[in-house]
Design a protein around this ligand. Structure first.
Ligand SMILES: NC(=O)c1ccc[n+]([C@@H]2O[C@H](COP(=O)([O-])OP(=O)(O)OC[C@H]3O[C@@H](n4cnc5c(N)ncnc54)[C@H](OP(=O)(O)O)[C@@H]3O)[C@@H](O)[C@H]2O)c1
Length: 294
């Protein structure tokens, strides 16, 4: 796997869209919503705000959210905790999904819906422009090009700084690039699920950020066990570094390619602090080789 940064110091930052310098270890805020189903406001609203502020204190300057989380409540807790924002804080949100009930998730990538979504996110996040607006998933009922053209128009109007896509195939990514510059791709990827490796490598070659969700093994498709319950090689490497398997799983991703931006999700400050330490872990070539072979 020649794309690994074997034996090299792993960069801590990435230039999103070429002009926003972000720390590669960010935070995914989705779980700060009502449960089950990430529906409604987070029950421990004040605790959620404290966690978000702690994340920023620990060096997070990239936070991922979406209109669909709540819907709306997740963006609102971010603004409640962090507005007025520090100058370097980059907030990425997503649109193109309607969620009228916890188990009712409907793609809506129509231009009208995306425009309405951007306006709503601007209002809830209390921003004049959204740093990174991601199409949450392609809508099979709407030609993909129409959704991307709508985002390109919103970008030209100054409402979006950078456009990202999520849950896409390589063909869809290339089709989007033919319409507008694409700054990021957010697909599921982790040590336990590498099905999007080809897109990751394509993004690395094009300096497009690749933002894996489920980086700690949530939403598994292939292997059932979350990485926190790892045994074997992962547990052994973790033990030799005196850290948890989850931290090694995150460090492996940071070593995997320089354009990977992590957004691990957590609702506890203890896990947040553990996760942030992964940015400082240096894995040896032999360890990377063992992890690659898992
Ligand atoms: N684009 C999409 O379609 C999509 C889909 C899903 C998610 N996302 C994004 O990806 C982000 C991350 O997704 P996710 O939260 O579902 O998955 P994840 O980051 O893989 O896993 C989060 C889970 O791991 C646990 N965890 C976190 N740190 C831990 C630690 N140090 N030790 C043990 N367990 C730990 C959390 O529980 P605790 O709360 O107990 O720590 C939580 O159950 C979301 O916030 C969202 O922004 C995007």
């Amino acid at each position: 796997m020649e794309s690994f940064l074997q034996g090299q110091t792993v960069s801590k930052t990435f230039n999103l869209g070429g002009d926003l310098t972000i720390n590669r270890l960010g935070y995914g805020a989705m779980r700060l919503t009502g449960q089950p189903g990430n529906f409604g406001p987070y029950a421990d609203w004040e605790g959620g705000k404290t966690l978000l502020r702690r994340a920023v204190e620990l060096g997070v300057n990239f936070i991922d959210t979406a209109e669909a989380y709540g819907p709306g409540d997740n963006e609102e807790i971010i603004a409640a905790a962090l507005h007025p924002y520090s100058a370097d804080l980059v907030i990425a949100t997503k649109g193109g999904i309607r969620k009228p009930a916890p188990d009712d998730i409907q793609a809506d990538g129509s231009p009208e819906s995306l425009r309405c979504g951007v306006e709503g996110s601007l209002r809830r996040l209390q921003r004049d422009r959204i740093d990174l607006y991601q199409l949450h998933r392609p809508d099979p009922k709407v030609p993909f090009a129409e959704s991307i053209q709508a985002l390109a128009a919103l970008q030209q109007e100054g409402k979006i700084r950078h456009i990202g896509v999520s849950n896409v195939t390589l063909e869809q990514l290339k089709a989007a690039q033919a319409i507008a510059p694409i700054a990021s791709v957010q697909n599921r990827f982790s040590l336990a699920d590498r099905s999007h490796e080809a897109i990751l490598d394509y993004c690395a070659a094009q300096q497009i950020a690749f933002i894996p969700y489920g980086s700690l093994g949530a939403h598994p498709l292939k292997r059932g066990a979350p990485l926190a319950q790892a045994d074997g090689v992962l547990a052994h490497i973790a033990q030799s570094h005196g850290v948890n398997p989850t931290q090694i799983a995150l460090a492996w991703l940071l070593h995997r390619a320089p354009n990977i931006i992590l957004i691990p999700g957590t609702t506890t400050i203890a896990h947040l602090e553990d996760n942030m330490k992964a940015a400082s872990l240096q894995l040896e070539e032999a360890e990377l080789a063992q992890l690659n072979d898992l």
